[in-house]
Design a protein around this ligand. Structure first.
Ligand code: UT7
Length: 328
């Protein structure tokens, strides 16, 4: 089997910045509580007319330019999102049309905050097996559209953004070195958007009960994350035949600075080896890891030959990690 790697990466964040002080007007919270409990100082909010595909389109274009590929080169488009433009058609099909990727298959992947890392695992499978040469993997989210702005337990946490990568073949031993995907469906109710599907179709009652908003048991998800992250990182490293000290940079899902701090401590790794931007964007679900990776590359934190571990976790419950030797 040939290898596969990230040949190009892109991102998009909406213009509107919402600082913690603004949230003090909507719910009983303070900037001080949000900063100390989460590390978040501000987040980006999409314009009313912007849907997830609008954010994803900009990220995809930048990733394709970075990789030097045209729309005709793309064999497959995977969009990881918990906030698709609509239940169907898939947001990936909307992107396929708007990019003019006439030869590409397209589907959405639903693994909540883990969707983008799940997506690059699928892309690796396609590319390394020879089923595809060029796969576009987008993580695009407008969490602000499913946020209950009266629930202080969730509305301070989330933001909107998109990240994208183009996956192409490379020599074995370069690019992706390992993947580890997991799920625990029994934990599904911990992060849930109850209504609007076939179990609880949209009705006046579901609207009145606020069941079209994201609901979360933050404390339980926190415990799950702190337990899971060190295990998932270690698993990716083991499967790559590396030691934890061989990793140059960790790129974790940006949900809460305390979760990242706890993971660093449990792994006995310096915090400086963990890329952090949760202070500027909050939790942007499937877009979180690709946007962090994009920024780390632009900031010169990742050089050709360096090893990074990408790590995501979230609703499902799901988690996903991978070790990657950076080839760009
Ligand atoms: O990508 C999806 C993954 N999701 C996550 O990773 C979320 C993981 N969980 C978390 O990050 C944290 O659990 C939270 C940030 C959601 C909450 O932090 P916490 O330290 O676990 O707080 P808590 O839920 O234990 O609540 C402590 C107190 C409560 O008040 P009482 O019952 O002690 O009087 C809450 O009502 O803080 C209160 N509280 C708030 N106070 C001010 C909860 N949210 C707020 C708020 N402002 N926004």
């Amino acid at each position: 089997m040939r290898g596969s790697t990230i040949a190009g990466i892109g991102h998009y964040v909406p213009e509107r910045v919402m600082k913690n002080a603004e949230l003090e007007q909507y719910v009983d919270t303070t900037d001080e509580w949000i900063v100390t409990r989460t590390g978040i100082r501000e987040r980006r909010i999409a314009a009313p007319e912007q849907a997830s595909s609008d954010l994803g389109l900009e990220a995809a274009k930048e990733a394709m330019a970075h990789a030097g590929v045209t729309p005709d080169d793309i064999d497959l488009i995977i969009v990881g999102t918990a906030t698709p433009d609509m239940l169907f058609p898939a947001t990936a099909c909307i992107l396929q049309d708007r990019l003019g990727a006439r030869k590409a298959g397209a589907f959405d992947l639903s693994a909540a905050c883990s969707s983008w890392v799940y997506g690059i695992a699928v892309a690796h499978g396609y590319v390394s097996s020879g089923l595809a040469n060029t796969v576009l993997v987008v993580g695009a989210e407008t969490l602000s559209k499913i946020t209950n702005w009266k629930d202080r337990g969730t509305c301070v946490l989330f933001g909107d953004s998109a990240g994208a990568a183009v996956i192409r073949p490379c020599d074995p031993g370069q690019g992706f070195l390992s993947f580890y995907l997991g799920a625990d469906g029994a934990g599904g109710p911990l992060i849930i958007l109850p209504a609007g599907g076939s179990r609880l179709p949209a009705s006046y009652e579901t609207i009145e009960r606020g069941q079209h908003y994201l609901q979360m048991n933050g404390r339980e998800v926190y415990k799950f994350a702190v337990r899971m992250i060190p295990r998932a990182i270690q698993e990716a490293v083991d499967r790559a035949g590396l030691g934890i000290a061989d990793v140059d940079l960790f790129i974790p899902h940006q949900a809460n600075i305390r979760i990242i701090d706890a993971a660093a401590e449990r792994l006995g790794q310096p915090r400086e080896k963990f890329y952090v931007n949760v202070d500027r964007y909050g939790n942007t679900s499937s877009a979180s890891v690709p946007v962090a990776l994009y920024e780390a590359v632009k900031a010169g934190r990742l050089h050709r030959g360096d090893v990074t571990v990408l790590l995501a976790f979230g609703g499902g419950l799901t988690w996903a990690s991978c070790a990657l030797r950076w080839t760009k």
